[in-house]
Design a protein around this ligand. Sequence first.
Ligand code: BTN
Length: 242
Amino acid sequence: LEALRKGSFGAFYAYLGTVSSTQDVLKNWALDGAVEGSVVLAERQEKGRGRRGRAWASEPGHSLTFSVLLRPRLPLSSLPLLPLAAGLALCEACGVGGLKWPNDLLSPDGRKLAGVLLEAQVSGEEVAYVLLGIGLNVHRAAGLPPEAAALEEFGAVSRVLVLARLLERLEVCYARLEADSQGLLRDYRAKSHTLGHQIRVQTPQGEIRGLATDIAPDGSLVVERSGQTHRIGAGDVQLVGV
Ligand code: BTN
């Protein structure tokens, strides 16, 4: 990684065998004052977690399983754009597929290649740190479920090359949050696999169905149905009727 890395993300990293979750290891680093861009990478997680309390399984040697420490100097209101920046970085680094809002990377045929988990520590109006966790299927493991895809199905890949590129794109997209958030959103929309589709989304307020028409400047998903517009801040999107 040292030889391939560009920029400062990954300047400090640990490559570990088995951990509970790379998020937990990185949290301890954060509390010990680790610098932004520090990375914890592991082959195996005993308690890998996904979004919405789900478990996240990854096969040693086959996937990239890691977490990156961020110390955003952003207002709290910009925090919802962070998942989109991470998703865009993932899509740019892998060079394949599209994004299911907010930040799942899907293969061209709609199977999940990667997911992102963001855990933020907020105190008052300040974001103390964010643990940005990524799980990416690189090689096709025997146990990979049919609804998941691996990057190698779309061309030859090397895990360390993908990792180096991913860290570089994460650093660039993260910087754009401050410098060019509207440009970032434009690029995100262009990679969206959700916009223009009839979707069903589970929100804390219940299920909403409709046409996904836009990503609003605050990062929320705009869904229209029978002349009504809904803005969704968080939820699980599913395409309908495809
Ligand atoms: C999702 O799509 O639900 C998000 C999955 C995120 C998984 C990664 S793997 C590295 C990091 N450590 C974890 O325990 N989870 C994230």
